[in-house]
Design a protein around this ligand. Structure first.
Ligand SMILES: C[C@@]1(CC(=O)O)c2cc3[nH]c(cc4nc(cc5[nH]c(cc(n2)[C@H]1CCC(=O)O)[C@@](C)(CC(=O)O)[C@@H]5CCC(=O)O)C(CC(=O)O)=C4CCC(=O)O)c(CCC(=O)O)c3CC(=O)O
Ligand SMILES: NC(=O)C1=CN([C@@H]2O[C@H](COP(=O)(O)OP(=O)(O)OC[C@H]3O[C@@H](n4cnc5c(N)ncnc54)[C@H](O)[C@@H]3O)[C@@H](O)[C@H]2O)C=CC1
Length: 208
């Protein structure tokens, strides 16, 4: 599998299932996409989301009826507690060239990773579907180890632009950017006050 970051704004994503797993996946995508949740019942956390809802028992729907939902979708997620029905939806997606993620059943062609994201960074972790708990663990470790990741990206951006204005060579820029990345004090200061971190960087690395 090859990881991609996909713009989902304006895309239709259909989640089958109305339980907690469906709620998590729907919440994730509703940050950007138009999400439709299809299920025979919905937990309150699904109802609280900015998504459309359609009540349906898939066992009572023929393929043509399911395709009404699947056909226009960019991505379909099977999150029913019924593996056979998730797999049936997956087979229809495959037949019609629609991307499919299966929360339970035969793997689809999309895996939803554990995600750590800030304003300026995104890290996605997958274990080739072997251990979602490991994906979650790694995501949590990254967030514990680098609480100031966003602030570091912003500081590095500012530093890089400043260095470019000063007509430094690419080699000098690279060296300084990496010295700052390896500077533990900068990381500590960033968690407390990005302004103080910048003061240290400009005093120590820009001779200001
Ligand atoms: C294949 C995949 C398909 C998909 O859903 O996309 C899948 C499948 C299954 N997950 C199961 C269980 C759990 N999943 C989680 C949590 C997460 N699961 C996610 C992704 C994926 N889960 C995809 C692979 C990702 C990869 O490649 O690593 C994460 C990363 C992303 C997200 O869903 O948002 C999110 C963490 C988000 C975060 O917090 O960062 C926990 C919670 C925990 O660990 O506390 C448990 C309980 C512990 C356990 O069982 O491991 C079960 C068994 C159900 C059963 O027991 O019946 C199946 C089905 C099966 O295995 O058949
Ligand atoms: N991928 C993941 O991250 C995880 C997947 N799972 C698996 O995902 C599945 C869903 O988990 P939960 O949301 O906790 O289950 P749940 O039982 O809370 O929710 C299942 C939902 O599917 C609906 N449903 C079931 N069969 C239906 C049908 N034929 N037609 C319409 N609606 C139907 C139910 O009404 C319910 O809303 C389970 O099989 C579970 O083992 C569980 C944990 C994590």
């Amino acid at each position: 599998m090859i990881p991609l970051f996909v713009e989902c704004a304006g895309k239709q994503i259909v989640v089958f299932g109305g339980g907690e797993v469906a709620a998590r996946k729907a919440a994730h995508f509703s940050q950007e996409a138009d999400v439709l949740v299809v299920s025979r019942a919905f937990t309150p956390s699904v109802r609280a989301l900015p998504v459309q809802i359609e009540t349906l028992d898939t066992r009572e729907a023929d393929d043509a009826e399911l395709l009404r939902f699947i056909g226009p979708a960019f991505l379909v997620i099977g999150a029913l507690s019924d593996k056979a029905e998730n797999d049936r939806i997956g087979a229809l997606c495959k037949e019609h060239g629609v991307l499919f993620n299966n929360a339970d059943g035969k793997p689809g062609d999309v895996v939803i990773p554990a995600i750590s994201a800030g304003e300026f960074y995104t890290i996605a972790v997958s274990t080739a579907s072997q251990s979602p708990a490991v994906s979650r663990f790694i995501r949590q470790e990254i967030e514990k180890r680098y609480p100031a990741l966003d602030a570091m990206v912003a500081l590095q951006h500012r530093l890089r632009e400043t260095l470019k204005e000063r007509m430094t060579t690419p080699e000098e820029r690279r060296r300084i950017l990496w010295d700052v990345l390896r500077d533990k004090t900068v990381w500590t200061l960033l968690s407390e006050s990005p302004d103080r971190a910048w003061e240290r960087v400009s005093g120590r690395y820009l001779n200001e």
